[in-house]
Design a protein around this ligand. Structure first.
Ligand SMILES: [Zn+2]
Length: 116
């Protein structure tokens, strides 16, 4: 069970990644017919809509992380945050429920989700 805000944050991050990819020359070189400006604008609107769905507390935290890091959510694999590559304390609770809470890395501050 994924925390509702974690789901939103992951979607925002994916939309931001796509927005960056679209602006890359390789994207056009691959023959994908994209109106870069229109798609970038639409993605920006959708990102803003999703940001508005975050609670004020999470939104504040999200903006603080986003001002420092391109990536706001990082996976944890084998107990290591892949945002800063520092070991994170083992989470309490059942494996399946670990992503049911919104957690941040104590070292880099990014939101984290467990992928192992
Ligand atoms: Zn970290």
């Amino acid at each position: 069970m994924l925390h509702a805000e974690l789901e939103i944050l992951l979607e925002i991050q994916d939309l931001q990644t796509l927005r960056r990819d679209i602006a890359e020359a390789e994207y056009a070189a691959a023959g994908i017919p994209v109106d870069v400006d229109a798609f970038t604008a639409r993605l920006g609107e959708r990102i803003a809509e999703r940001e508005d769905q975050l609670s004020p507390r999470t939104n504040t935290r999200y903006r603080r992380i986003a001002s420092r890091h391109e990536r706001v959510v990082a996976p944890v694999l084998n107990g290591v945050c892949y945002g800063c590559f520092v070991h994170v304390p083992t989470s309490k609770g059942h494996d399946r429920e670990r992503n049911g809470e919104l957690r941040t890395c104590e070292s880099c501050g990014r939101f984290i989700y467990y992928t192992d």
